[in-house]
Design a protein around this ligand. Structure first.
Ligand SMILES: [Zn+2]
Length: 281
C-alpha cells in the first residue's frame, strides 16, 4: 500500500531547539521521514518564576497565566510550529480522546472545545495541528502511525489501569484502515517520555491490588511499588504494538526533579513539562 511507509526505529535524542536553545527529547529521524515532530520538554527554557521555573506549560497549577501562554508560544516557536493551532486538553485522568480529523478552523475549534471539557488524549490525522499535554510524574505517551497520524496521551496510574493508550492505538488503527485500507499498528512507533520510575512510585495496597489484578504480580517489584511503564508496555503489546517500536526516556521525573517537574518530589506545588507533537504542513 503506497500510503503506508515504514517508520524508522524509534529513538529519543536530546537536542536544543530555536534561538533560546530550548532543550527537549525528540526523534529527528522520524521528523525527516514523515514530518512528525515529537518533543518532550523539561524545566529549562521558559519565563515562569519559582516554584514553576521555568518552562511551565500547565495553566491549572497556580502559575501566572501570561507566563504559561508565553512558555507555550516559546515552545512552538522553537519547534518551528508557531503558526499552528494548538489543542491542549483539560486532563482529568479519564479516557476521553479528542479525535482531530481535519485542520479546518471550525474543526479545530470544535476539538478545542471538546478538549477543554476534559480529555486525556488528542489524536490528529492531518498536518498543521499541534497537540500538547502536560505532566509531572505521569507517563507522557506519543503514538505515531506510518500514515503520519499521531496522538499524544496522558497516562497516570488511572490511565494505565484504564488502558487509555491502547484505546488510542485501536482508534488510530481503525482510522488508518478507513483511510488507506489497512491497519498498521504493527508499524506504529510509541514514545514514552520522562516519568516517575518504579523505585519512586510508591503506592497503597488498593492501587497495587488493581495493578496485580489487571497485569499480574510482575509489574510490582515489591509490596509497595509499581512499574507503570512495564504495565503500559504489556498492554501495548497486547494490541499489536511491536516491542522494538516502543522507546522510553530513561529519565525519572522524581529522581531528576531539577530537570523535570515532579508532583511527588515537590509536594504537589509545581509546574508541568510537556509532550507535544505535530506534523509539518
Ligand atoms: Zn525515580
Amino acid at each position: 500500500m503506497d500510503a503506508i511507509c515504514r517508520l524508522p526505529a524509534p529513538h529519543l535524542n536530546a537536542r536544543r531547539f530555536g534561538a533560546r536553545s530550548l532543550p527537549a527529547l525528540t526523534d529527528d529521524a522520524l521528523f525527516e521521514t514523515v514530518g512528525v515532530r515529537v518533543a518532550f520538554t523539561g524545566r529549562e527554557g521558559g519565563v515562569s518564576a519559582s516554584p514553576f521555573a521555568s518552562l511551565n506549560l500547565g495553566d491549572h497549577v497556580g502559575d501566572d497565566a501570561r507566563a504559561v501562554d508565553r512558555n507555550r508560544a516559546l515552545l512552538l516557536e522553537a519547534l518551528g510550529a508557531d503558526r499552528l493551532p494548538l489543542v491542549v486538553p483539560s486532563q482529568v485522568h479519564g479516557d476521553a480522546v479528542v479525535d482531530v480529523g481535519d485542520a479546518a478552523p471550525e474543526v479545530v475549534e470544535a476539538a478545542r472545545a471538546q478538549a477543554r471539557a476534559g480529555a486525556d488524549a488528542v489524536a490528529v490525522a492531518v498536518p498543521g495541528v499541534a497537540a500538547l499535554l502536560c505532566f509531572a510524574d505521569c507517563l507522557p505517551v506519543v503514538i505515531v502511525s506510518p500514515t503520519g497520524r499521531f496522538a499524544v496521551v496522558h497516562a497516570g496510574w488511572r490511565g494505565v489501569v484504564g488502558g487509555i493508550a491502547t484505546k488510542v492505538v485501536r482508534l488510530m488503527a481503525e482510522r488508518d484502515a478507513e483511510e488507506v485500507g489497512e491497519r498498521a499498528e504493527g508499524g506504529f512507533n510509541v514514545y514514552v517520555g520522562p516519568h516517575i520510575c518504579s523505585r519512586c512510585f510508591e503506592t497503597g495496597e488498593d492501587v497495587r491490588a488493581r495493578f496485580v489484578e489487571r497485569f499480574g504480580e510482575a509489574v510490582c517489584p515489591d509490596e509497595r511499588h509499581i512499574d507503570l511503564f512495564d504495565a503500559l508496555r504489556r498492554d501495548l503489546l497486547d494490541v499489536g504494538i511491536v516491542s522494538e517500536r516502543i522507546v522510553h526516556a530513561s529519565a525519572c521525573t522524581k529522581c531528576e526533579s531539577e530537570k523535570y517537574y515532579s508532583f511527588r518530589a515537590e509536594g504537589g506545588v509545581c509546574g508541568r513539562h510537556g509532550a507535544v507533537a505535530f506534523r509539518e504542513v
